[in-house]
Ligand binder design. Structure first.
Ligand code: ZN
Length: 312
C-alpha cells in the first residue's frame, strides 16, 4: 500500500491571497476523497521535526529567526515568502512528516509514500527562506536516509517547473545525495544550467535539464527520460525522493511548461520503474508547487494512482 500523509494542520500556514495557499491542499483532499484514492492508501501519521532534525540541514540561527518571526505575528520573511503565526509549526510538521515517510518506507512493507505537505521546500537554502519555502523538506528527508538509515546513494528527482536550487545547493559538494532537476529555463530562480553538475566529491552527481518555454510535451518527456536514465545508471539509488511539483502543467498560472495532467502519470511511471529496478520500489514523494488548484488536484491524483499501482 502507499502511505498517504495528509493533515489539516498544514492549512494553518495561512498566506492570504498568495498563490501558495491552503486552498491547494483542500482541493487535493477533496479530489482524493471523491476519486476513492484516499481510501486505498494507508494513512500515515504526520509529526513535527525536532530542532536537531531541522538543523541537520539548516543553520541554527535561521531556524531560531524563523521561529521568532512567526511567534511575533509573521509577515514577509523575504520578497516572495509569507509567514503566519502557525507557519513555523506547519513547516516543522512538513519536514517531520517527510522524515517519518523515509523511516516508514525503509522499515515497513509499504514501499512508497506521498507526503501532501506545505509549505513546500525545494527553494529553501540552509540559511534562509526562499520562493514560498521555509524548510527544505526533501533535503531533510535525504539527510535522514543517509545518517539514520546509512544509505550511500539517495536520489532526489525534482520535476517542479522551477529549479530546485535549495536542494542542489545543500548537496552540491556531496556524493551521497544525487539530484536531478528538470525545469523551465530561463526562469525563476535563475539557476539549473546543464553545466551545474556538482563540485569536489559531488562532481557528476547533479543533473540539470533546462527546458525552454514552448518545448512540446513529447520533447520534454523524451529529454526527461534520456537525462533520467543516464542519472539512474550512474547513481543506482538505494532510495528515490521526489520533489513533486505540478506547476509545469499547461494551465498553471505561475509556472507552465505545457504539460497535461496525464504527463505526470508518465513521469511517475519512469521513476517507479527505476525504483523497482534499483531499490525495491522505495519512493518518498513530497509535494512542492502547483498553483492551478483544479489541475493540481487532478495531477496529484494521477501521480498517486501510479504509486498505488506499484505498491499493490
Ligand atoms: Zn515550482
Amino acid at each position: 500500500m502507499t502511505i498517504l500523509y495528509f493533515d489539516e494542520r498544514f492549512l494553518e500556514h495561512e498566506t492570504g491571497k498568495h498563490p501558495e495557499s491552503p486552498e491547494r491542499l483542500r482541493a487535493i483532499g477533496t479530489e482524493l476523497t471523491r476519486s476513492g484514492l484516499r481510501d486505498r492508501c494507508r494513512a500515515g501519521e504526520t509529526r513535527l521535526a525536532t530542532v536537531e532534525e531541522l538543523i541537520s540541514i539548516h543553520d541554527g540561527k535561521y531556524r531560531e529567526r524563523l521561529e521568532k518571526f512567526a511567534s511575533m505575528g509573521g509577515g514577509w520573511i523575504e520578497q516572495d515568502t509569507f509567514v503566519s503565526p502557525n507557519s513555523y509549526a506547519a513547516a516543522s510538521r512538513a519536514a517531520g512528516t517527510c522524515i517519518s515517510a523515509v523511516d516508514q518506507v525503509m522499515a515497513s512493507v509499504d514501499k512508497n509514500a506521498l507526503c501532501l505537505v506545505r509549505p513546500p521546500g525545494h527553494h529553501a537554502l540552509a540559511h534562509d527562506a526562499m520562493g514560498f519555502c521555509l524548510f527544505n523538506n526533501v533535503a531533510i528527508a535525504a539527510q535522514r536516509a543517509i545518517v539514520t538509515h546509512r544509505l550511500e546513494r539517495v536520489l532526489v528527482v525534482d520535476w517542479d517547473v522551477h529549479h530546485g536550487n535549495g536542494t542542489q545547493d545543500i548537496f552540491y559538494e556531496r556524493q551521497d545525495v544525487w539530484f536531478l532537476s528538470a525545469h523551465r529555463f530561463p526562469f525563476y530562480p535563475g539557476t539549473g544550467k546543464k553545466n551545474e553538475t556538482g563540485t569536489g566529491k559531488g562532481l557528476g552527481t547533479k543533473f540539470n535539464l533546462p527546458v525552454a518555454f514552448g518545448t512540446t510535451r513529447k520533447d520534454y518527456l523524451t529529454q526527461f527520460e534520456s537525462v533520467f536514465q543516464d542519472c539512474i545508471e550512474k547513481c543506482r539509488p538505494q532510495l528515490i525522493l521526489i520533489s513533486a511539483g505540478f506547476d509545469a502543467h499547461a494551465d498553471d498560472p505561475i509556472g507552465s511548461l505545457g504539460l497535461q495532467t496525464e504527463d505526470f502519470e508518465t513521469l511517475s511511471r519512469l521513476v517507479i520503474d527505476a525504483a523497482k529496478t534499483h531499490c525495491q520500489g522505495r519512493i518518498v514523494s513530497c509535494l512542492e508547487g502547483g498553483y492551478n488548484v483544479t489541475r493540481l488536484a487532478e495531477s496529484v491524483g494521477c501521480h498517486l494512482k501510479e504509486l498505488l499501482k506499484a505498491s499493490e
